[in-house]
Design a protein around this ligand. Structure first.
Ligand code: KG4
Ligand code: ZN
Length: 370
C-alpha cells in the first residue's frame, strides 16, 4: 500500500511517498532562511512559501520515488520524463497511478499553513480519484520513531503500550500509545513548548533561529554541565504537565544582569545550564509517568528528539526501569517531515479511517490526540 503524504503544518513544505513504515521518498523544503530574520515563524510568509513550493516538492518526491522504485514502471517513468517537454506533469501522473492513498496533516499547526497542504491534498485526491486520510501532526511525530528506509531498515517490532514523549517547537506532551492510533494524553505544557523555550533562550543570547540545535552544540562544548543552577519548574506538582515560562523568565533576568562582554564569555555556560534545567524538568515528569503507568518503553519524537544529550539522559532513565527509548533512526525524521504522516496514515487505512466528504475536511489548528 503506497501513500503520498503532505505536511505543511509549520515552516517546512514536505511531501513523501511511503509504504507501511518504509520511506520510499521524502522531500523537505525548509523555509528557515525566510523566517530567520524575524526570529521565528511568520504565518503569512509560511503560507506564501508553501503555496509557491508545494507543486515543486510534490514533483521532487515523485522523482525520488521513481529512482528507487524497483518495478518496471520506474524505468518507463524515467523515459517519459526524458522524452517530453511537459514531462513533469506526465511524470507526476505516472507516479500517481502507483499511489493508493493521499494523506495530509490537518492539525495541529498554523491555520493558514495547514490550509495549503489540505487544499493540495483534496485537489490530488479528486484529480486522481484517491481516498484521503487526515492525520494529526503529533501522531506523525510518534510514528516517526518507527520509520524505516526503503529497504526496511531498521527492523523494529512495535510492542504496545508505549509511553511517548513529544518535544517539538509547538508541543510538549506525554502520551500513552495503547495500540495503533489509540492515544491517551497524560500531560502537556501549560505554556511554552520545550523547543520554543530553547528557541527563545537562544534568541536572547543572539544565537539566531532555530536555537535548539545551537544550544545543543554550545552545551556539548562544555560537556553539558550545569553552571547556573536555574530553579527547576513545578517541583511541587505531582501531575505530568510541563511549564517552561518561569524558567525562561529566570534566564532572562540572569542574562539581562550581565554586560555584553561577560554574556559572550559565558555563553556556553549559560546555554548548557539552561538546557540542563529544561531537560531536568522533562526527565522528572517522564520518570513520574513511567512510575505511574509502569510503562518503561519510551518513544521520543519531535524536533528536540534530535538532541544527543537528551537521548543519552533518556537512555539512562529507561535503563533504570529495565526499559528502552526509541527515537527516529534517521535525523530527518526528528524534525517536521511528511514521511511520518504517511507512516501514521498507513495505520489509519488499516482501521478504515478515511475522510468521508473531501469538501468537509478542515484544518484544526489546536487538534489534540485522542
Ligand atoms: O518538530 P519540529 O521540527 O517542529 C514543530 O512541530 O514544532 O521541532 C522544531 C523544534 C525547534 O524548536 C528546534 O529548536 C528544535 O526542534 N530542535 C532542537 C534540535 N533540533 C531541532 N532542539 C534541541 N536540540 C536539537 N538538536
Ligand atoms: Zn513537528
Amino acid at each position: 500500500m503506497k501513500i503520498l503524504a503532505i505536511d505543511t503544518s509549520c515552516d517546512e513544505t514536505s511531501v513523501a511517498i511511503t509504504e507501511g513504515r518504509k520511506v520510499l521518498s521524502n522531500v523537505i523544503y525548509s523555509q528557515v532562511l525566510l523566517h530567520k530574520q524575524w526570529g521565528g515563524v511568520v504565518p503569512s510568509i509560511a503560507k506564501r512559501a508553501h503555496q509557491e513550493r508545494i507543486d515543486w516538492v510534490i514533483g521532487e518526491a515523485c522523482r525520488k520515488y521513481s529512482r528507487i522504485s524497483e518495478n518496471s514502471l520506474g524505468s518507463e517513468l524515467a523515459k517519459s520524463r526524458a522524452q517530453t517537454s511537459t514531462s513533469l506533469m506526465n511524470f507526476t501522473d505516472s507516479v500517481m497511478s502507483q499511489i493508493d492513498y493521499i494523506a495530509v496533516t490537518y492539525g495541529p499547526g498554523l491555520a493558514i499553513a495547514l490550509e495549503v497542504g489540505i487544499n493540495k491534498a483534496k485537489e490530488l485526491a479528486k484529480k486522481y480519484n484517491k481516498k484521503l486520510i487526515a492525520v494529526g501532526h503529533m501522531e506523525g511525530h510518534i510514528y516517526s520513531a518507527f520509520g524505516q528506509n526503503s529497504q526496511g531498515k531498521p527492523e523494529r517490532e512495535m510492542k504496545f503500550p508505549y509511553l511517548c514523549l513529544l518535544v517539538s517547537g509547538g508541543h510538549t506532551e506525554l502520551v500513552l500509545l495503547k495500540d495503533h492510533i489509540t492515544y491517551e494524553i497524560l500531560g502537556e505544557t501549560l505554556d511554552d513548548a520545550a523547543g520554543e523555550a530553547l528557541d527563545k533562550a537562544a534568541k536572547l543570547l543572539g544565537l539566531g533561529y532555530p536555537g535548539g540545535p545551537v544550544i545543543d552544540r554550545l552545551a556539548e562544548e562544555v560537556e553539558n554541565k550545569d553552571f547556573y543552577h536555574f530553579t527547576r519548574p513545578m517541583l511541587k506538582h505531582s501531575d505530568f504537565n510541563f511549564s517552561f515560562s518561569g524558567l525562561k523568565t529566570a534566564f532572562y533576568y540572569s542574562v539581562r544582569q550581565m554586560d555584553e562582554r561577560s554574556r559572550n564569555i559565558n555563553i556556553r555556560q549559560l546555554a548548557s545550564s539552561y538546557q540542563e534545567a529544561v531537560f531536568d524538568h522533562i526527565l522528572r515528569k517522564t520518570e513520574k509517568a513511567i512510575q505511574k503507568t509502569g510503562v518503561s518503553r519510551l518513544v521520543l519524537g519531535g524536533g528536540v528528539s534530535a538532541n544527543k544529550y537528551l537521548r543519552k539522559r533518556l537512555r539512562n532513565l529507561t535503563k533504570k526501569y529495565k526499559g528502552e527509548v526509541i527515537f527516529p533512526h534517521y535525523k530527518y525524521l526528528c524534525t517536521d517531515n511528511a514521511a511520518m504522516i504517511g507512516i501514521a496514515a498507513h495505520h489509519h487505512v488499516l482501521k478504515g479511517d478515511f475522510v468521508k466528504d473531501l469538501d468537509k475536511l478542515d484544518r484544526i489548528p489546536r487538534l489534540k490526540l485522542s
